[in-house]
Design a binder for this molecule. Structure first.
Ligand code: NAD
Length: 466
């Protein structure tokens, strides 16, 4: 219910903005903050950071408010551009993702200084900027990550240089331009967020090694997180997941079916938090799958499932990997390749736990369902399928022991009970949003506070007034 309310509010706002009630600034020829070379970008962002230091927290908050306004107004542009450039995802869902970023990314209110007083006086701990932050962003949420990172980083008093995914850099750089337009209109400095026209591994290398960059943030798969963690700098790593969802026989099966289809098909399963394999109790699996079919899923038989394996995955030396051409594609396209005409949002099929549809992080609207006999088996298989990423996991159950035992065993950063996975980032669930979920380095759902340094200021023998 709450999810539906949240999503219908977003749709109403989008319609409003499309009716011209919110101004959409015309795109300019030369994108603001986007440079030909990384050295130009670094020099510009260095100057911007020095200027930003002279701005008050209230002024920073005005910049964030303008970014929110621009993001709402241009959500549809960015959603369309993202799908057009990457060939992945769904425009309607990407609009929701941008609205979520605009509405629920924390600003300066996330920074809370602390004070300790006692016999010796008063000690104050404040959250200071790091300086210039270098951020590497993924192809799956290109503009969402740029905007969400920028809001948190600027709220924390930092400036940011991006090296976006090369296959999504037009969309990411549109967002860099948006940040600069918004900040300038709010009276802020030029180039608080910068990027390069053509990001490459070389530009990424230059950014990582530059003495101007004091902190690094990577959002992506295991390769980029590993690279960043060996940089010798303070780094935040937001890595891959393969979120399992368990459905036991105490769950509201109708709601579970609906929620899982909604979560697993959202943006064609691109989000790192989305349900990627399902472990269902044997006695409710048939009903669960029929209810999923009634809620927008298409069920494959065993022969079709094996055929789909040959399309969605590639095999090398007995190991399966994703066929990159098919990441984030509509379910209808996969079905068409199987000779089936359907506008289903999600494909479901029954497999063994060892099937690559369970084990590989596919980021495709394909959900394998594995029958289990009891909660112990469900938890053991789900923990194995999550591969120790400790990213996200979900469950539908009314049994409090099952809920807590799975949470304890899987140790994920995000754990959603009885809702679609996206409730874990604030869509229909309590809490703020982020598109950089830092499991490997432990910051969790990043926000302004994650991009700050704690500084202590001690005053001895004063301001202790009792
Ligand atoms: P990707 O790992 O291919 O690319 C991410 C970024 O890292 C890109 O900018 C890419 O150019 C760069 N990169 C990749 N390998 C690198 C290396 N060895 N050295 C330097 N740079 C490198 O990921 P993607 O396909 O764009 O995104 C999907 C992946 O990201 C999935 O694994 C997903 O789970 C993960 N992801 C995680 C989060 C999170 O918050 N934890 C959010 C979104 C996506």
């Amino acid at each position: 219910m709450q999810n539906e309310k949240y999503i219908s509010e977003i749709v109403a706002n989008v319609i409003k903005s499309m009716q011209g009630e919110t101004a959409t600034p015309a795109p300019e020829k030369r994108l603001k903050g986007v440079f030909d070379t990384m050295s130009e970008a670094l020099a510009a962002v260095d100057t911007a950071y020095k200027q930003l230091r002279g701005y008050s927290v209230e002024q920073r908050e005005k910049m964030i408010a303008k970014i929110r306004e621009y993001t709402r107004a241009e959500a549809e542009n960015m959603a369309k551009l993202g799908v057009e450039e990457t060939g992945m995802g769904r425009v309607s869902d990407k609009i929701i993702k941008h609205m979520l970023v605009a509405d629920k990314t924390p600003g300066t209110e996330d920074l809370s200084p602390s004070v300790r007083t006692g016999d010796c006086g008063m000690t104050l701990v404040e959250m200071a900027p790091f300086g210039v932050i270098g951020s590497i962003t993924p192809s799956t949420n290109p503009s969402e990550t740029v905007i969400c990172n920028s809001m948190g980083m600027i709220a924390g008093g930092n400036a940011v240089v991006f090296n976006p995914h090369p296959n999504a850099c037009r969309t990411a750089n549109y967002a860099v331009d948006l940040i600069n337009r918004a900040v300038l209109e709010a009276g802020g400095p030029e180039n608080v967020a910068v990027s390069v026209v053509k990001p490459t591994r070389e530009t990424s290398d230059e950014m990582v090694k530059s003495p101007i960059v004091r902190m690094l943030v990577a959002t992506g798969g295991p390769g980029v997180v590993k690279m960043l963690l060996s940089s010798g700098k303070k780094a935040i790593g937001a890595g891959a997941g393969n979120p399992p969802v368990i459905v036991d026989d105490t769950a509201d099966i109708e709601k579970a079916a609906k929620d899982i289809v909604a979560g697993a098909s959202f943006d064609n399963n691109l989000p790192c938090i989305a349900e990627k394999e399902c472990f269902a109790f044997d006695n409710i699996t048939d009903r669960l799958m029929s209810l999923m079919e009634q809620n927008g899923a298409y069920r494959l038989n065993a022969e079709q499932t094996e055929k789909l394996k040959g399309i969605a995955l590639v095999e090398k030396d007995g190991k399966y990997d994703i066929n990159k051409k098919w990441v984030g594609k509509d379910a209808g396209k996969f079905l068409k390749a199987l000779g089936i005409e359907s506008d289903a949002r999600l494909i479901i099929c029954e497999t063994e736990a060892s099937h690559p549809f369970v084990q590989v992080e596919m980021m495709m609207p394909i959900l394998a369902i594995v029958r289990v006999n009891n909660i112990e088996e469900a938890i053991a298989l789900a923990v194995q399928a999550e591969h120790g990423n400790r990213h996200s996991a979900h469950i539908h159950s009314k049994n409090i022991d099952n809920l807590s035992n799975f949470a304890k065993a899987v140790e994920t950063t995000i754990f959603v009970k009885n809702a679609p996975s996206y409730a874990g980032i604030g869509a229909g669930g309590e809490g703020y949003t982020t598109f950089t979920i830092a499991g490997p380095t432990g910051e969790g759902l990043t926000a302004a506070h994650s991009f700050t340094r704690q500084r202590r200021c001690v005053l001895v023998d004063s301001f202790h007034i009792i």
